[in-house]
Design a protein around this ligand. Structure first.
Ligand code: PEP
Ligand code: MG
Length: 597
């Protein structure tokens, strides 16, 4: 590892020369998937014309003509490549911003002070960057990405060069490397765009949301990517792990190409052989493998992967795509469509899990030093009952009498569950009194992800309808290790005696109380971890779409009776991790824990 956090490996005699060596950069996985292609650097071009201009009127005419051309090009772009419905708001907001009079008049004022049109665009951009540097408001920060993107487009229209699709010699398979991107940039390159590497960027940035809905892998927070990447370089983007390989060795390229081929081949085989079969272990334990989703466009993957339903629908992901707080009818339409498209398969809608690492631009929350431990998720829903009540109302309205499953994120004490239950009852009564169909069965469950709840589980289990373990947050709070901090996230292992003991205790208590329990955190999607969870008693696992297949392939190769006694012994050990022992067990007993690289 180098001081800048990027791993560097020498590959040959030319490796002494800067910028030619193989380099791995670890960042944040913002949109899943694997892509291999050639770098296209998305860096602003310095203006080629002078800074000052005498004839302000002529410069303003040039600016207006360029702005008209840019707006027309953006309109055409968005019409040509329609993005999925839930991201339409984001793209429309961008489109509107391209017409923003305030932005364009600011540039005109700079021209009137003597700058050329190009220099004025850059001047306004820099001024905006300075002004926004300290701003924490997500909505405003998102606007900065739009301004960066639009300024770049405006400059290329002023200079009458096309930086995007028509650029000559663009590779067939493009990996876009940029500091930040506006969402429309994803549409510029058509199907040739295979992946994106960003120096900045977070999970809730517009570009990340649109990329997820288009299925384009993105890795963000790759410091200095633009400094190290060169135009045309081979790049691998691993959006599952959050890793980027610059100028990978031939060996790595082959490995990843094989992995992509193997994925395609396995997906094909799986569709024909495995997909529709129920997942049952060798000793007859039936396991329901479900899928995590958050956008309507993802629901189709349930049928494509053979998942038995949606075990976690993260409603906040759709909220991120709306430009203002959605009305009940808007929400209800979404929930209803999700249920329609599932055709009777179950879905557990999770109420808004905002705050922490998932801010909503239009929902103003106070500044917090430590948002992961702050005002978030069900805490907001309880303190602002309108948030939770309107969402319950929308679930009921969307269900149109069909059974409902609702779960509450980040419940830390039984009293929070009781309060939410009371709000749900109010909404049921409201619907009844209004003559609306109310589902006969509405199950209200909790995500178990805050450790304090473990000490109230016995009483909670008397009233809760189901439990779903959120291992991502449970790990974070159990080990006091920030899930967003790469070195901390990997420091402790879910396959550690402590975490497995907690998981066993939850499964045992739920079983004794007759309450159904599942796992919906990332852990459940790894075949090795899934093997352990099934042995501990978890018979429902909810995983991301690409993971359904490998988890479903593992289950029929497992005999839980063989592993349980061994696991119980291992769990008493003082080891940091039981991973190696469990891998050996899987190999010795031919449990299929293979996974893509
Ligand atoms: C979890 O915490 O494990 C979970 C599934 O929720 P999220 O990742 O959305 O916080
Ligand atoms: Mg969580």
């Amino acid at each position: 590892m180098t001081a800048d956090g990027a791993e560097q490996r020498k590959t040959g005699p030319e490796s002494a020369c800067a910028g030619t060596e193989e380099r791995k950069i670890s960042g944040a996985a913002l949109s899943r998937g694997l892509a291999l292609g050639h770098a296209v650097l998305y860096a602003p071009h310095p203006a080629e014309t002078g800074i000052l201009a005498d004839d302000a009127k002529a410069q303003i005419r040039r600016l207006r003509a360029a702005a008209d051309a840019m707006q027309a090009a953006i309109d055409r772009l968005l019409q040509q490549r329609g993005a999925p419905a839930e991201t339409r708001d984001i793209l429309e907001a961008y489109q509107m911003f391209a017409r923003d009079r305030g932005w364009l008049s600011g540039i005109e004022r700079a021209i009137e002070k003597g700058l050329s049109a190009e220099a004025a665009v850059q001047h306004v951009l820099e001024e905006t960057r300075d002004r926004m540097a300290a701003v924490k408001d997500v909505y405003i920060r998102e606007r900065l990405h739009d301004i960066e993107d639009l300024s770049r487009r405006l400059l290329s229209h002023l200079e009458q060069r096309d930086d995007t699709a028509a650029r000559t010699r663009l590779p067939e398979e493009i990996i876009l490397v940029a500091q930040t991107l506006g969402p429309a940039a994803l549409l510029d390159y058509g199907d040739r765009l295979k992946g994106v590497v960003l120096e900045k960027g977070g999970y809730s940035n517009h570009v990340a949301i649109v990329a997820r809905s288009l299925g384009i892998p993105v890795v963000g927070q790759c410091e200095d990517a633009l400094r190290f990447a060169r135009e045309g370089d081979h790049i691998i983007v691993d959006g599952d792990r959050g890793d980027v390989y610059l100028r990978p060795s031939q060996y790595e390229i082959e490995l990843y190409t094989r992995s992509l081929d193997a994925r395609a081949h396995r997906a094909h085989m799986y569709r024909h052989l495995q997909q529709s079969r129920p997942s049952v272990t060798k000793n007859g334990v039936k396991v329901s493998v479900q899928m995590n989703a958050g956008l309507l466009s993802e629901v189709a993957s349930v049928a494509a992967t053979g998942a038995e339903g949606i075990g976690l629908f993260r409603t906040e992901l759709s909220f991120m795509g709306w430009k203002k707080y959605p009305l009940v009818v808007t929400q209800a339409e979404l929930y209803g469509k999700v249920m329609d498209r599932l055709g009777g398969k179950p879905v557990a809608f999770r109420t808004l899990d905002i705050g922490g690492d998932k801010p909503l631009p239009y929902f103003k929350a106070p500044f917090e030093e430590n948002p992961a431990l702050g005002w978030r998720a069900v805490r907001i829903g309880i303190d602002r009952p309108a948030v939770l009540r309107t969402q319950f109302r929308a679930f009921i309205r969307g269900a149109q009498g069909r059974d409902l499953k609702i779960m509450l994120p980040m419940v830390a004490e039984a009293a929070e569950f009781d309060r939410a239950r009371a709000l749900l009852e109010m909404e049921k009564n409201r619907a009844r009194n209004g003559g609306q169909p109310v589902p006969e069965k509405i199950e209200l469950g909790v995500m178990l992800e805050v450790p304090s709840l473990l000490w109230q589980l016995d009483t909670l289990l008397q009233t809760v309808d189901f439990v779903s373990v959120g291992t991502n947050d449970l790990m974070q709070y159990l080990f006091a290790a920030d899930r967003g901090n790469d070195s901390m996230r990997r420091r402790y292992d879910p396959l550690s005696p402590a975490m497995l003991s907690v998981l066993k205790s939850i499964a045992d208590q739920c079983k004794a109380a007759g309450v159904s329990v599942s796992v919906c955190g990332e852990m459940a999607g790894q075949p090795l971890e899934a093997m352990v969870l099934v042995v501990l008693g978890y018979e429902t696992l909810s995983v991301t779409a690409p993971q359904v297949e490998s988890v479903k392939m593992m289950i029929p190769t497992l005999d839980t009776r063989l592993l349980l006694p061994y696991l119980e012994r291992l769990m008493k050990s003082r080891a940091h991790s039981l991973r190696e022992r469990l891998v050996s067990f899987a190999h010795d007993h031919q449990v299929h824990i293979a996974q893509d690289i």
